[in-house]
Design a protein around this ligand. Structure first.
Ligand code: UDP
Ligand code: MG
Length: 322
């Protein structure tokens, strides 16, 4: 039999001891139906619970399962990046471990890939078991992002998607550190389509995306695809300048006509506060970009690999770092 891997399923894991076994069983069941050779790559993103041991046990019983252990928690996007770097397949599927993305949808993605599409992303028509806050902010964010960039980023999609080897190679060649993978997939282009699915409730455990990580991801999305916020900062500055000029002009006229003080003491403080707010806000926007430029200039790797399992002869190669 041809030993070439056709499908690589990339599964990031962060403190997922409650789902890793169920996830493996369900993914295996679905991928076995393809009757083609596949690998499942678990990326253990510095889990502090029992995830590593459980994934290692799965690997020792099934050689199609590979495990990459990071030296610490580098984040979901870094984990996906590592999966793509190490994937051997002709098609690479990224899926969350918690079974919120139904593994059965992978088969529909594979059908589309066989029709000739090079990117098949999962579009969420419904999201079960997530808070109103998360659903609302996500909905608003994806629309905001779309309006901020010229790249056609599809709304209501996460990282659950299939990409062709060509697309994977193009992504791997992008050197940037603060990665917003779903945006980069849109940016590289190729023939893209989508399949619709209903996002399920998490199989077990809690979300590993607290608000802080969500905000970081959201900022990465905008800064990696657009510099419009900087332009908006410039407009705000111009607007503030204009308001200032007009109010000075009115003050002078009023002073001349009525010989009184036009602007009250409180108003001076309020206007100053507003102007400070605008200035600091703009510096904050600048900071978002400068921080990322700083990250890029340091040239550190996106992740560091501590160890791998089931990589055979190439195991050593991946041991130090990417
Ligand atoms: N994840 C990760 N590193 C992190 C956070 C999350 O590898 O720092 C993984 C997590 O184990 C899961 C996927 O990324 O497989 C998506 O995370 P989660 O389901 O918690 O996010 P949500 O669906 O709540 O947005
Ligand atoms: Mg989830």
């Amino acid at each position: 039999m041809d030993n070439r891997v056709i499908y690589s399923v990339v599964v990031p894991l962060y403190n997922e001891e409650l789902v890793v076994n169920a996830s493996y069983r369900r993914l295996k069941k679905v991928m076995d139906t393809t009757k083609e050779k596949y690998e499942i790559i678990f990326i253990n993103d510095g889990s502090k619970d029992n995830t590593r041991k459980m994934a290692e046990d799965i690997c020792s019983a099934d050689e199609n399962i590979k495990l990459v252990n990071f030296s610490r928690n580098f984040g979901h996007q870094a984990a996906i990046t590592a999966g793509m770097d190490l994937a051997l397949g002709d098609a690479i599927i990224v899926i969350d471990a918690d079974l919120q993305d139904p593994p059965e949808v992978m088969l529909t993605m594979i059908e589309k890939w066989k029709e000739g599409y090079e990117v098949v992303y999962g579009k969420r028509t419904k999201r079960e078991g997530e808070t109103f806050f998360k659903k609302f902010t996500a909905k608003m964010y994806y629309r905001f992002l779309k309006s901020m960039t010229n790249v056609d980023v599809p709304v209501d999609t996460g990282d659950f998607r299939l990409i062709d080897r060509k697309v994977c190679d193009a992504l791997v060649a992008l050197p940037e550190k603060n990665r917003y993978v779903r945006g980069l997939v849109s940016w590289v282009g190729y023939k893209q389509t989508y399949v619709e699915f209903e996002r399920q409730e998490r199989f077990a455990g809690e979300t590993k995306y607290p608000l802080k990580k969500m905000i970081k991801l959201a900022c990465d999305g905008i800064t990696s695809l657009s510099y419009k916020p900087l332009v908006v900062a410039g407009y705000l500055g111009a607007l503030a300048f204009l308001i200032g000029m007009v109010s000075i002009f009115i003050s002078i006229i009023k002073d001349i006509i009525y010989n009184t003080e036009f602007v009250s003491f409180m108003m001076v403080i309020e206007i100053n506060l507003m102007m400070f707010g605008i200035t600091l806000g703009c510096i904050g926007i600048l900071g978002q970009y400068i921080g990322r430029i700083f990250d890029e200039s340091k040239g550190r790797p996106i992740y560091i690999i501590d160890s791998t399992v089931n990589y055979g002869a190439s195991e050593k190669k991946y041991k130090i770092s990417n």
